[in-house]
Ligand binder design. Structure first.
Ligand code: 9MR
Ligand code: ZN
Length: 737
């Protein structure tokens, strides 16, 4: 990947100039007619804080591959102390985000730089994501104790980028390979627009429409409601046949309901009694047209199959054949022997699913995924047939169980045979490049044992011992004894603190401060599997404390435990009542949210990283509520969560790749990026009001919570995919296929 970057730097239009006071003639062609670009001709420096006149948070340091050091902004300069230049040119990197580069615009960079020692550095203006290729840049700029003014002009040749990164690589210098500790000083870094007369503005059309539907569509007997973004705008609506454009139904737009996340007041078109199979749009005079949707009995089937098969396509350590995986076929990946980070031992931990858009494999998130599959199977066994086109199809075991077992077999390898403890993850020290899985030769590390992972492991293994009994007795008993060993580890290590990456590891982590919920879940599963009162005691004594944050994983697992206990054959009356009342509280809150939101979404205005998981999780909880509480049609509320995910939302997006006329197309997902093809059937993370990556920060400042989303692969906090976002959707959707 880095070679590609270097190549692109050479290709990028770069002129190193010493003098460029010729602003005058370059703008001559700007006349009154083409003043559309006036608003984007900015004066002065577009790199925020780049005059370093005062300390600011726009400039930061990135370190990897052995690079170490730190920086400060003071006395009008940015000073970088490089302790170890590391192994790569970007092992120590100073960077700045928060500006845009517009296609065809001409820019001029001016920097004043010096260094304690003679060395070279490089600057780059690059895409901040994907292959991180440079739009412009310059390598091997020699600097030393004398101040050097670097002046460069370039034209942005590629599509306008609303959130690029400017950076200075100060790591390994191949011309001065023996650098000792030293400082680099930047007096100013100024990027100015020289000529924006033919600049192409950033495309801000996100495809939002006024009338929103589930873009997958509806079964003939489903409740069918379209959301009108603006109440009062239309009184009547039509359904038109998408092909013939004929009006096939007319009705009244009704109601009025606020959406706290979207800050809109909506109205509805109810067309439940229109049942004729076909392909349609909703239309109204002032609100325009909705995206296309279908009405048919098997409207969910194809999407559901791909959503399940996504897990097969995320399999690691095995060959994916072209016959079953199509474009996403690859040879066995990540089979390299891992190093135990703590003991230095070499271990084979191949297998399992790639967690997400990255190739890491984590136990906490794997356990959540597996339990969703096992629950889905137990709730809707008839849905999970043996023909999902995976390698085990036709083996007389439901494919969903074959798929879950693929992860369970890997989880065994993640358990330490001596202590019973379970490792948190196996990943590289840094995130791998944007390559296909079998081309990733990153050195793998097995990270420390962890009580949270051990408890989740115990829980899911205990459940597996029940579910797989009828198919494979010896596998089932292997699961149970592994569960018991992990359980023991948990109690022997109660004082452990949350998993945290060591300094030199920057791949993902699933931190968790509280383990009472994992403990409850583990004991509930072990009790249901064995009937042993030792486990029951924990449930009987369980007190729901104030800081409990209920949910369905990966961090909060208590509701998995509660559900398991509430569906156990032998329960204690008081404990049952305690669990049920807690469950009811959670459900009441969800229902309040659903009924209080114009899009019927269950999370209020609380759109955080992976908000779509929370929506799908709440869908599962509502399905459970139907079974356990049964006092309302909770399943109808659950279906509304599914409708939201497939397009009935403030953004008009179907958040499942490949399904819906306006679906997310650019997921942060290495195989899709490397092959330039979007894998189908992946639920992306969705709106996140906390703006947790540079793209989101630059592009979404001030946007309402429910709309903090862009379909850009650069934004990992909005548009990544994970196995444990697909898994609750599998469980939720199973109710409706
Ligand atoms: O899904 C996780 C989200 O809830 C957290 O806020 C976020 C930051 O800690 O991490 C997410 O998990 C990522 C994991 O660390 C590594 N693989 C990709 C996951 C999805 O972005
Ligand atoms: Zn792999």
């Amino acid at each position: 990947m880095k070679k590609l970057m270097a190549l692109l730097i050479v290709l990028a239009m770069v002129f190193s100039l010493t003098a460029c006071g010729k602003k005058d003639d370059t703008n001559q062609e700007t006349t009154a007619e083409d003043n559309t670009n006036d608003n984007i001709i900015a004066d002065g420096n577009i790199l925020p804080g780049g005059d370093f006149s005062e300390s600011n948070t726009h400039w930061n340091i990135y370190k990897e591959s052995g690079g170490s050091g730190d920086f400060e902004i003071s006395d009008g300069e940015l000073k970088v102390k490089i302790k170890n230049p590391g192994k790569k040119s970007h092992s120590v990197q100073i960077y700045c985000d928060g500006f845009e580069l517009l296609q065809n615009s001409k820019y001029k960079l001016t920097m004043v730089v010096s260094s304690d020692v003679e060395r070279t550095i490089e600057w780059r203006a690059q895409i901040n994501g994907g292959d991180y290729h440079a739009y412009a840049g310059e390598q091997e700029i020699l600097i030393g104790p004398d101040k050097k003014t670097i002046v460069s002009e370039f034209v942005m040749q590629e599509g306008s980028d609303p959130a690029p990164r400017f950076c200075l690589n100060m790591g390994f210098d191949k011309l001065h390979p023996d650098l000792a500790e030293h400082n680099i000083y930047i007096e100013e870094a100024i990027l100015e627009i020289v000529d924006s007369s033919s600049a192409v503005e950033v495309d801000t059309d996100t495809g939002e429409v006024e009338i929103n539907v589930n873009q997958l569509g509806y079964k003939p007997d489903d409740v069918k409601k379209a959301s009108f973004r603006t109440a009062g705008k239309d009184d009547t609506f039509e359904i038109i046949d998408a092909n013939s454009k004929q009006v096939v139904y007319t009705g009244k737009v009704e109601g009025e309901r606020y959406s706290p996340g979207a800050r809109e007041t909506l109205a509805y078109a109810d067309f439940t009694d229109f049942k004729t199979p076909g392909t349609y749009r909703i239309r109204a005079n002032n609100s325009g047209e909705s995206y296309i949707f279908n009405i048919s009995e098997d409207v969910n089937a194809a999407a559901f199959k791909d959503i399940v098969r996504m897990l097969y396509l995320q399999r690691c350590g095995t060959e994916l054949t072209e016959e079953l995986a199509g474009d996403f076929a690859h040879k066995a990946c990540h089979t390299q022997i891992a190093t135990d980070y703590v003991t230095g031992e070499k271990v084979n931990v191949s297998g399992g699913w790639h967690d997400a858009g990255d190739y890491g494999r984590y136990v906490v998130s794997g356990a959540k995924t597996v339990i969703d599959l096992l629950n889905a199977y137990e709730m809707y066994p008839e849905v999970f047939t043996d023909d999902y086109d995976i390698p085990e199809s036709g083996n007389k075991v439901p494919d969903i169980l074959d798929e879950a077992r693929y992860e369970l077999e890997w989880m065994f390898k993640m358990q330490d045979s001596k202590s019973g403890g379970v490792h948190h993850k196996v990943t590289g020290k840094e995130f791998e490049g944007q390559v296909v899985a079998d081309k990733d030769d990153t050195e793998l590390y097995l990270m420390e044992l962890c009580k949270w992972d051990s408890a989740d492991f115990a829980a899911v293994m205990a459940r597996a011992s029940v579910v797989y009994k009828q198919y494979d007795k010896s596998f089932a008993s292997k699961c149970l004894s592994a569960a018991k060993k992990a359980y023991k580890y948990f109690y022997e290590h109660k004082n452990e603190t949350s998993y945290k990456n060591p300094e030199d590891v920057s791949t993902g982590e699933y931190p968790d401060g509280r383990s009472a919920d994992e403990e409850l879940w583990m004991c509930a599963e072990l009790y249901k599997a064995t009937g042993d009162q030792t486990y029951h005691k924990v449930i009987k004594e369980y007190v729901f404390d104030e800081d409990i944050d209920s949910g369905l994983g990966w961090a909060t697992m208590d509701l998995y435990g509660i559900y398991t206990y509430l569906t156990s054959p032998d329960t204690d009356e008081k404990a049952y009542a305690n669990m049920k009342s807690r469950f009811k509280e959670v459900i009441d809150e969800i229902v309040t949210n659903v009924e209080g939101d114009g899009y019927n979404v269950s999370i209020g205005a609380d759109f955080c990283w992976g908000s779509n998981m929370n929506v799908a999780n709440n869908g599962i909880l509502l399905l459970w509520a139907d079974k356990i509480l049964g006092d309302k049609d909770y399943t109808a509320y659950a279906k509304q969560q599914m409708d939201y995910l497939f397009g009935n939302n403030a953004l008009s997006y179907s958040f499942v790749t490949g399904y819906g006329e306006h679906a997310s197309k650019n997921p942060h997902h290495r195989p899709s990026l490397a092959l330039e093809k979007t894998m189908k059937g992946m639920l992306i993370g969705g709106p996140n009001k906390n703006l947790e990556d540079p793209y989101a920060k630059t592009v979404l400042a001030g946007v309402v919570p429910a709309k903090c989303y862009r379909d850009s692969s650069q934004s990992f906090s909005l548009n990544e995919i994970t196995i444990y976002w697909n898994s609750p959707l599998i469980c939720l959707m199973a109710a409706f296929v």
